[in-house]
Design a protein around this ligand. Structure first.
Ligand code: DAH
Length: 337
């Protein structure tokens, strides 16, 4: 009988196959075992002529089986290596880098912070009050009688609970601050307010800044001087302002403040509707009746108050024609500021 230990060769093959970890290892293995010229299988086949007829049949068959086994094992290992390679994510180093978006301060917050900084530099403190208010602070103590149009259900969001409402203005912070501190007072109160209003320049939720100064011998000239220097600082140019007689229940006299148009400088453009002026807020001298509500002596103290719309100022400052953009959270809009 022939004397070739095929089992041993098979075992050797399996040990080497288990160590082959790359394609080049496999090629080497392939050459060694089933290579046409110097492979082990070829060497075995070369021995055939030296065997007897009987042996040839058996041996030939076994060697062929072994060869098939080697071929299929090697091809399986090639497939495995290929699979491993394709599961590694491919990197294209020529691709442009990805943009990293950095967060920004919302334009309304930017304007609010700027307004706060200006008033702080003029000696004001920052006050705040609740957004859910009672009718006393939002209306009554501000000398706004029951039948006043701004108390109409049309304008105010009333809540189901205990006759409360969403404040329609920041003016109730005047009342709360005076109740607490009496006089002298010098504050601004920025905050969110709510009204049943909805068009390109009105939103059901918007932002105001209230201003209040109470002391002995405060005059309307102080009010005008304060607003003028505020607007010059805010717009960083020599704007002018004018007062137009108006009415607010909590100030007497009351005025609307107009700002010379910051776009055209007063000569008339589409933003100021050719008037040269932009309406920017209400103001006036604190009505003595309001002082009585909060227990401040109207004989001793006078005061001025004003209210600005932060959204309105931001629209003017950034040239935005629809108040809705501020609350839509559109990245393309917000990243411009
Ligand atoms: N609260 C007023 C409003 O929302 C704005 C206002 C006007 C505030 C005159 C004031 C003021 O303090 O004196 O329309």
């Amino acid at each position: 009988m022939y004397n070739f230990d095929l089992e041993n060769i098979k075992r050797e093959f399996q040990i080497e196959l288990s160590k082959a970890s790359s394609e080049s290892d496999l090629f080497e293995l392939k050459g060694k075992f089933i290579g046409k010229k110097r492979g082990l299988i070829s060497e075995l086949l070369e021995k055939i002529p030296s065997l007897s007829q009987e042996e040839r049949k058996v041996f030939g068959k076994e060697v062929n089986l072994l060869k098939k086994f080697f071929e299929s094992e090697i091809s399986k290992s090639f497939d495995n290596i290929q699979k491993k390679k394709s599961s590694i994510p491919k990197m294209d180093l020529t691709l442009p880098g990805r943009n990293l978006f950095s967060g920004k301060i919302h334009p309304l917050s930017q304007v609010r912070e700027e307004i706060e900084d200006i008033f702080i530099s003029m000696g004001y403190t920052i006050a705040s009050g609740p957004e859910i208010e009672d009718p006393y602070h939002n209306f009554e103590a501000l000398n706004t009688p029951e039948d006043h149009p701004s108390r109409d259900i049309q304008d105010t969001f009333y809540l189901d609970v205990e006759n409360m409402l969403l404040r329609t203005q920041t003016s109730p912070v005047q009342i709360r601050s005076m109740e607490r501190k009496k006089a002298p007072i010098k504050l601004i109160a920025p905050g969110r307010v709510f009204r049943r209003d909805d068009d390109v320049s009105h939103s059901p939720m918007f932002f105001q800044v209230e201003g209040l100064v109470v002391d002995e011998s405060i005059t309307m000239a102080d009010l005008k001087g304060t607003l003028l220097s505020f607007y010059r600082k805010l717009f960083r140019r020599e704007v002018s302002i004018r007062f137009r007689a108006s009415y607010f229940p909590f100030t007497e006299p009351s005025a609307e403040t107009d700002l010379s148009c910051v776009i055209c400088g007063g000569s008339g453009c589409s933003v100021c509707k050719r008037t040269g002026w932009l309406e920017v807020g209400g103001c006036g001298m604190v009505d003595p009746k309001v002082f009585e509500f909060v227990g401040i002596d109207p004989e001793k103290y006078t005061g001025f108050a004003f209210g600005l719309g932060i959204d309105r100022i931001a629209m003017i400052k950034f040239g935005i024609d629809n108040i809705k953009y501020f609350l839509e959270n559109d990245i393309k809009f917000l990243e411009q500021f």
